[in-house]
Design a protein around this ligand. Structure first.
Ligand code: PDD
Length: 293
């Protein structure tokens, strides 16, 4: 494994990523006992940092890990890490586990100290061809637990869901539970039917994406007809348009599902509109000192 020479942060110190390690008894390793965030950074400016830190705090509270830092400290850590990377567009990962404890026991230890890791990857927004032509997806029954609203490092269900689309040469796996749309393996899903944008409401069946929230804000701001309600599998399969949203993929049109075309098999008009709004919003947000909708 080759680890690039990038500066990361672990438990109080910045150091080259390749030099960092955590104890084998860390509960993140033994139990997947931890949570994380991925924050996109454009031109060294973190996108919606406060919202990401709020979601991190909510994930930590949900799994009963005391937040190791206040918001100001997180903010400083993130901005320091950003400044120390050689590239301007970044994916910042914040990982917090419950830390190491002995002996191994499912019970939550009284005295473990959380492990805090921050590292950066280069952020590569989707290639223009993907935006222009859209992407393929496959579907499956959602194999995950009942608390998909927590952004936990216990990602085996998501990993196996993603494997299904990798096997099919597709970009994402759309998941259903009890006949209803949940989300993608690492994204939220929107549909369009007869000009109406439709997406499930936040619930324990999905992670409420920061990008999902931005898209809803933009839909309201620009008057795109919108309904937030349960979306059936049949509605997904009959949709005119299908989109996925995430911090790394932004908004992409899904133009085929399980090998069958979605709508006309090309990115639809509402997608194109929303993609434009999103790029405009990003550019506005990233201009220092300017208020945005
Ligand atoms: N994942 N749902 C799941 C299961 C996800 O993993 C993600 C994002 C989203 C979209 O959330 P957001 O818009 O805040 O990125 C929804 C990130 C990109 C990741 O795991 O790296």
């Amino acid at each position: 494994m080759h680890v690039p020479e990038l500066i990361a942060y672990l438990n109080g110190r910045f150091a080259p990523l390749a030099e960092l390690s955590v104890p084998v008894l860390d509960r993140g390793f033994l139990f997947g006992d931890g949570v994380y965030e991925m924050i996109p950074v454009y031109d060294r400016r973190p996108f919606r940092l406060d919202e990401h830190l709020a979601r991190l705090a909510a994930s930590l509270a949900a799994v009963r890990i005391d937040n190791p830092h206040d918001e100001a400290t997180w903010d400083t850590l993130v901005r320091t890490l950003i400044a120390r990377q050689p590239f301007a567009d970044q994916s910042i990962y914040l990982q917090v586990t419950r830390g190491a404890a002995y002996p191994r026991n499912h019970a939550i230890p009284a005295d473990s100290t959380p492990t805090v890791l921050l590292f950066a990857d280069p952020l590569n927004p989707p290639a223009a061809a993907l935006v222009e032509q859209g992407v393929a997806a496959v579907s499956m029954q959602d194999p995950r637990w009942q608390r998909c609203d927590i952004k936990t490092t216990s990602l085996l269900g998501n990993v196996l869901a993603r494997a299904a689309s990798v096997d099919a040469g597709a970009v994402e796996t759309v998941m259903f539970r009890d006949g209803l749309l949940t989300e993608g393996s690492a994204s939220n899903i929107f549909t369009v039917k007869d000009g109406l944008l439709l997406t499930p409401a936040p619930s324990t069946r999905m992670l409420t994406g920061i990008t999902y929230d931005v898209v809803l804000e933009l839909a309201r701001h620009h008057g795109v007809p919108l309904q937030i309600r349960p979306v059936s599998e049949a509605e997904v399969r009959a949709a005119d348009e299908l989109w996925l949203t995430s911090s790394s993929k932004e908004i992409l049109a899904i133009v085929s599902l399980d090998g069958r075309p979605v709508g006309n098999g090309v990115p639809g008009p509402i997608y194109r509109r929303m993609y434009g709004h999103y790029q405009q919003f990003k550019a506005g947000e990233m201009r220092p000192g300017e208020d945005t909708p």
